[in-house]
Design a protein around this ligand. Structure first.
Ligand code: ADP
Length: 309
């Protein structure tokens, strides 16, 4: 049984459709509204649970209706929410998303309770780390909390996967605790202080060499419809994507990271785990939205099976 711990963000996405994005000072009458569960941490926790893993989510929500909605949604996915804390007098993290008719969007993230997740919260969750296989981290909670989680993970022999999103400069204190880092091209460019254009044209060998300079012993660069590049001290391999009819790649990266963690927890080697993760990312790209598009284990097995035949 794959046992995963995710320490990360819980958000509610508030999505309004609008004919055009408002100019500063302008009010626009929108044409539709929906709420959806989001946050990279929550997406990856839900992704792993749908694949059949036993998942503990360590997070913080606010003392408000959105927080209760999050807790109920995670519980429905079978996620252990014992270590999702409620921070008094702080709002649940939200993302205010405006989507214009031409597909352009603007997003404001108000992190709220996510920024109140502390190393003490991680320490309290130690029982969940005992006997778990993989810890998954992103960068939407305080860095010191992620560092504490990675250290605790190593104390209990978990592999530590860091999805460095949204990209930012990372201290060595965190990087040396990471076993596998999973940037996309843009995040890699930002972390290595290169332009996106420079990274775009790098041949695989150079991309691998550049990514390994980040520090962690293994790097998996996600390349959208081009699949993923795996690199470690033994060399590099391009793992091709599954060909699908992509309609919305939102959360493809989250599905990918969830799949990677679950496959590693089940004992797959890194390249096989990336193949499984590619299938998860591809399936997420075939459906609209974030959490609604995260595939189940059966859907992934079907895709892998179809391709093998
Ligand atoms: P992010 O969403 O973080 O930018 P990517 O766009 O690289 O990440 O997508 C993550 C993974 O999802 C890719 O490595 C790939 O496996 C899968 N994926 C994304 N877009 C597609 C696509 N159009 N077709 C097939 N697979 C895709």
């Amino acid at each position: 049984m794959a046992r995963i711990v995710v320490v990360g963000s819980a958000n509610v996405d508030l999505v309004a459709q609008t004919p055009h994005l408002p100019e500063p000072g302008e009010t626009v009458l929108g044409s539709g509204f929906m709420t959806a569960m989001g946050g990279k941490g929550a997406n990856q926790a839900v992704g792993a649970a749908r694949l059949g893993a036993v998942v503990t989510f360590v997070a913080r929500v606010g003392d408000d209706a959105f927080g209760q909605q999050c807790l109920a949604a995670y519980a429905k996915e079978g996620i252990d929410t014992r270590y999702v804390g409620i921070t008094p007098e702080t709002p649940t993290g939200i993302a205010l998303i405006a989507v214009a008719a031409d597909g352009e969007n603007t997003i404001i993230v108000a992190s709220g309770a996510n920024m109140t997740l502390t190393p003490d919260d991680v320490a309290r969750a130690e029982p969940a780390f005992q006997g778990a296989d993989v810890l998954v981290l992103q960068l939407e909670v305080p860095l010191e909390t992620s560092i504490a989680a990675a250290r605790l993970a190593h104390k209990h022999n978990l592999r530590v996967v860091l999805n460095p999103a949204p990209a930012r400069h990372l201290p060595d204190e965190l990087l040396r605790e990471i076993d596998i880092i999973t940037p996309n091209r843009i995040e890699l460019a930002q972390m290595m202080h290169l332009s996106e254009a420079e990274v775009q044209v790098l041949p695989d060998a150079d991309l691998a060499r550049t990514a390994l300079k980040l520090g962690p012993p293994a790097v998996v660069i996600t390349l959208g419809a081009e699949g993923a590049l795996v690199a470690d001290s033994g060399g590099w391999t391009r793992v091709p994507a599954f060909e699908v009819r992509a309609v919305d790649t939102t959360a493809a990266g989250d599905a990918f990271n969830a799949g990677l963690a679950v496959a590693l927890a089940r004992g797959a080697d890194l390249v096989d785990a990336v193949r499984y993760a590619n299938a998860c990312g591809a399936l997420a790209a075939t459906k609209l939205g974030a959490q609604p598009s995260l595939p189940t284990g059966d859907e992934v097995d079907r895709l892998l099976h179809t391709i093998r035949e």
